[in-house]
Design a binder for this molecule. Sequence first.
Ligand SMILES: [Zn+2]
Length: 351
Amino acid sequence: METRILDIEWNTSRTGLINPVAIFEPVEIEGTTVERASVHNLSILEELKLGVGDTVKVYKANMIIPQIAENLTQSGTIEIPSHCPVCGAHTEIKKEKTAKTLVCTNANCKAQRLRALAHFTTRDAMNIEGLSEATIEKFLEKGYLKDFTSLYNLAAYEADIIQMEGLGQKSYQKLIASIDKSREVALANFIYALGINGVGLGTAKLICKHYNNDLEKMMLASSEALTQIDGVGPVIAQTFNEYFSLEENKQMVTNLVKELKFKQEDLMTSVESPIVGKTFVVTGDVHHFKNRKELQVKIEALGGKVTGSVSKSTNYLINNDSESSSSKNKKAKELKIPILTEDEFLALIEE
Ligand SMILES: [Zn+2]
């Protein structure tokens, strides 16, 4: 169908990408009225030489998604915005392998803040229930939320929040209770919640274990020091170090930590566990734990390590059938490595 371009809208996504959307005179395609189509990125925009007033041909890709097929007049007059439409910060053109894209350079852009806050609340992070992305967006718009710390000061807006559509006294109280609950958190989950690029929960745990849950030490760690940790690669080490080298991040974390209380038991386990630094091999069926994986998680949580085969560096083999003729049992006996049943293992860790 032929139509005429009325405008190009620029939408900032949660990842900071700013995507052009063409607005045109409504046309009917396959039974529905269509008046907008994503142009996807700068490369496509330039290829089409779009401009307001141009006559274009539109169609529906896969019978659903409106697309611009061609531009019949090619005025090429669209200007690429120099500022983000959401936050007003400078934009930057990025050249990726296949396309040029426009990005917002402001890490505090509302669109990006929404993404960061949504990640912060997830289960493996701060585990805050009942705070949907839609609610975060509303709170950002109203100014109740700015950064992570502002989550813990929402009570200041109680009177306004309970007036909001879809909220009310009851859900407000539930939300505050769930936010308060998140104040007590394991340090690794907190580190993960910060959303440092590439730092998953597993990596956060490794770093916490290495630094004995000493946040201050972690914040000062050089990337060389971080690379020494088993399982932490140079890229993540560098990102982690760069994150905490930024004054604004340091300040933010310092303020945020004042609202939190790191779980004591997690601090204790890495210090006092009798199996810190010990290497285990697990074989055969388990019954106390759901499966071998769960037992492995327990060992790692207490500072031990699990490997796949018995060697001189193995400290214990866990096998409920000590008379088993498996190769692991034979090897352990040969090397005089103690073979523990699950119960003996539990006694060892005093549980
Ligand atoms: Zn922005």
